[in-house]
Design a protein around this ligand. Structure first.
Ligand code: SF4
Length: 328
């Protein structure tokens, strides 16, 4: 069952150079208790999609053009902001790429952790401080008591990131939207944070995990959505997507994963550039970089087609579906 349903979400930014189409008719379902990965290269619309669900896009220059985000039978994009504030953090937690988006530079960490808990629940100060320290320890802060007395500027980037992750997880939300949550962390802490997130999943918390790292997707996610040039281009189970990618962009992303036994000693790259979001071409947006492109790809814009329960935005999807890997 879907817990969060994004339907036909379109967001633009008005800039001096023109109107930037940041998310174009994006539809996604986050099901109860699942980890859904959202993957794609920088600037493809992943973060805009994530931030739009909680109306965190600065306006201006951002503008919602269309779409709904349904949670618990209500449209988050249409409800009064006072009602949405009750949902932010408590029901839907967000972990940002940049921790200072969530932390106040003027308050000690302890005060922020206590206030976060007291905003949404009846908890006394002492208990909230104790819980705060416990969560700091869980995310790998070496001296939680000292950290409680620190201001964000006194902590390293990685420590701030961990504080923000603690702040999101401690509220036990139904959904967590995590946008590149571990980019600033070293691999040991990264693994610790992912373990914590998987623990939350055991308690039926759903997770939308945004990343450009296919290794993280493989480790963490059950289903994967791929974005390219502001659109969803493929959605499928992790296994389907890794074994038999339907969209040529997904195929190229997988081919560019570094491998220890890479015989050639060279990484595959995706040639060419993403088209400008101010002026997308008429046909397929991946056309210039696609090694399978045919003439009609220049004129026809592909819809997101459903074939055998899988979704892909490619005019040749049926042919590609037939090319199952050996052993299937
Ligand atoms: Fe490539 Fe054409 Fe499919 Fe686009 S529609 S991904 S250009 S084959």
């Amino acid at each position: 069952m879907s817990l969060l349903e994004i339907r036909d979400l379109s967001v633009v930014f008005d800039t001096d150079d023109g109107v930037v189409q940041a998310a174009d008719c994006v539809s996604l379902d986050i099901r109860e208790g699942e980890v859904l990965g959202l993957v794609g290269e920088s600037g493809c619309g992943k973060s805009v999609t994530a931030m739009s669900t909680l109306r965190l896009i600065p306006s201006p220059p951002g503008r919602f053009v269309s779409g709904t985000v349904m949670f618990d039978g209500k449209d988050l994009l249409a409800m009064p902001i006072s009602e949405l504030r009750e949902i932010r953090g408590r029901e839907i937690g967000m972990i940002f790429q940049e921790p200072m988006t969530a932390l106040s530079p003027l308050q000690r960490i302890g005060k922020q952790l206590v206030e976060t808990q007291q905003t949404h629940g009846q908890i006394d100060r002492k208990e909230a401080r104790r819980a705060g320290e416990e969560w700091l320890a869980k995310v790998g802060i070496p001296d939680p008591a000292e950290c409680m007395f620190s201001y964000p500027f006194q902590l390293s980037g990685g420590m701030r990131q961990r504080v923000m992750i603690a702040m999101a997880l401690m509220q036990d939300p139904k959904v967590i939207i995590a946008d590149e949550p571990t980019t600033a962390l070293d691999v040991t802490i990264q693994a610790q944070v992912f373990d914590l997130m998987l623990d939350m999943k055991k308690r039926d918390t759903s997770l939308l995990l945004i990343t450009h790292d296919m290794g993280v997707i493989w480790e963490m996610c059950e289903r994967v959505a791929v974005m390219y040039a502001s659109e969803i281009v493929e959605v499928g189970s992790r296994e389907d997507l890794f074994r038999n990618p339907l969209h040529p962009y997904t195929e190229a992303l997988l081919a560019s994963i570094p491998s220890l036994d890479c015989e050639k000693g060279e990484l595959e790259t995706i040639e060419g550039q993403v088209p400008s979001a101010i002026d997308y071409p008429v046909g397929c947006r991946f056309r210039e970089r696609c090694k399978y492109a045919v003439e009609r790809c220049e004129k026809e814009h592909p819809d997101l087609s459903v074939v055998d329960g899988r979704e892909a935005r490619c005019l040749l999807v049926e042919d590609r579906m037939k090319k199952k890997p050996a052993g299937d």
